[in-house]
Design a protein around this ligand. Structure first.
Ligand code: HMG
Length: 399
């Protein structure tokens, strides 16, 4: 029924980062397909991102807090081992006290898992007309100077799921799932940065794609029937690799640059996936929200055919994946005319590499620290800014 997005106020240009690291900018801009990545300051934490996205979703789509009966935050960068990010949103938005409130985790798959169970909650009749608010919120953090450094990002996508949808509906009989214990990407409890076996993680992602398509079986439409194909986007180029695998499984052929069907694959990619990657290229990997950021991009298009499905592939390292399908609903575009995510991104501030490194250092200092952060020290605006800890309790502006 609703979707909205919030990100940090700062970004780094990937050409600047490449030059500082002595790497050809084209490796990041063409090889990974990324232009920029959002960089969170220490006072813009996962709670701040999640609350601001959730607030936009309710306000812009005229949904009253009283209507929400389930609130789930999918995140892998929560702020406490025990207390969920969701309960901060519950307070900030004034949600009813009988709202079911929790956090889900399976790397980038957490929010899609929440979408599925919320859909089931509504379909079971137990929601009794109430709606689910799902927030995918994360800050992707890798070591400065590592191969994964250009694939960071920060942001949250909030969505409302209900039995009165206004944007898209899920085709509930089309779904395939896959789970396998792999060490492709992880973040131990003691680490602030994620570890990735980068090239292996790409293989795991693609294997999961093949397996989810197989699990979806004959109910899954042929690739040609989909008007658009959206994927989890850790970096833009991954969506090309994903669509190639989707195409290969669908056509039961292997694709190489030399093969006859390479042009058909390129055309299919250009039509179904490439146009919806602009926001991802500007924001970077926002983990749980990356797939849904691509969905926001898609829904800004006024011309989606209403009679054709759209595929959604979610992948979370570790790993878990799903292949599902949605369909746009007549009038979907009227609602999105109320906000323009691309315009919001234009007002962000560009950081130099030195400033970005300072942000990263300061974020580290705040982990577990008891010092108060001052909003006036950081060029950011808005409510629910994180102010540091007092007696081990997180402090937020206006919360
Ligand atoms: P790398 O190993 O430094 O890069 O790191 P590379 O050598 O593989 O090069 C990347 C691409 O740039 C290649 O293109 C090169 O050819 C090209 P490809 O062959 O793949 O098409 N290239 C150039 N292109 C133009 N001009 C040039 C040039 N030089 C090279 N001059 C890697 C890349 C993605 C491995 C690294 O950034 C990384 O480890 N990232 C983190 C892991 C990741 O994002 N994995 C994705 C799949 S797993 C996933 O999606 C889950 C995740 O979101 C976590 C979660 O679930 O929570 C990560």
């Amino acid at each position: 029924e609703a979707i909205a997005f919030h990100t940090s106020r700062h970004y780094i240009d990937l050409s600047d980062l490449a030059i500082a690291r002595g790497i050809e900018p084209e490796k990041f801009t063409i090889g990974l397909g990324q232009k920029k990545m959002a960089i969170a300051s220490p006072i813009e934490d996962t709670v701040y991102l999640a609350i601001n996205a959730a607030k936009k979703a309710l306000v812009k789509f005229n949904i009253s807090p009283e209507e929400i009966g389930t609130l789930v935050v999918g995140t892998e960068t929560g702020v406490d081992h025990s207390k969920p990010v969701a309960v901060y949103i519950h307070q900030a938005l004034g949600l009813p006290s009988n709202c079911i409130t929790y956090e889900t985790k399976h790397a980038c798959f957490g929010a899609m898992a929440a979408m599925t169970s919320s859909g089931d909650w509504i379909a079971s009749g137990r929601a009794k007309g109430r709606k689910a608010l799902i927030v995918a919120a994360d800050i992707a953090n890798y070591a400065v100077g590592s191969a994964a450094e250009p694939t960071q990002g920060a942001g949250a996508v909030a969505m409302v799921v209900s039995d009165t949808p206004k944007l898209v509906k899920f085709n509930r009989d089309i779904n395939g799932y896959f789970t396998k214990n792999v060490m492709d990407f992880w973040r131990p409890l003691y680490a602030k940065e994620a570890f990735a076996d980068g090239h292996y993680s790409i293989q795991c992602y693609l294997e999961a794609m093949t397996e989810t398509i197989a699990d979806a079986g004959p109910n899954l439409p042929n690739l040609e029937e989909f008007s658009a194909c959206l994927y989890h986007v850790p970096f833009v180029k991954m969506a090309t690799k994903a669509h190639m695998r989707h195409f290969e499984v669908d056509s039961n052929t292997e694709i190489t640059k030399e093969s006859e069907n390479f042009t058909s694959f390129r055309n299919s990619f250009k039509e179904k996936t490439e146009p919806w990657l602009n926001l991802n290229a500007e924001v970077g990997n926002i983990y749980t929200g990356s797939l849904f950021l691509s969905l926001i991009n898609l829904l800004t298009s006024p011309n989606l055919p209403l009679d054709r499905p759209i595929s959604l592939f979610s992948y979370g390292s570790g790993c878990a994946a799903s292949m599902t399908s949605i369909q746009p609903i007549a009038g979907y575009h009227d609602w999105l005319a109320q906000f323009n995510p691309a315009k919001e991104l234009e007002s962000r501030k560009r950081l130099s590499v030195k400033e970005y490194e300072y942000f990263m250092e300061q974020r580290e200092l705040q982990l577990g620290g008891d010092d108060q952060l001052k909003p006036s020290d950081w060029d950011v605006q808005g409510d629910y800014l994180y102010l540091g800890n007092k007696s081990h309790i997180r402090q937020y502006l206006n919360l």
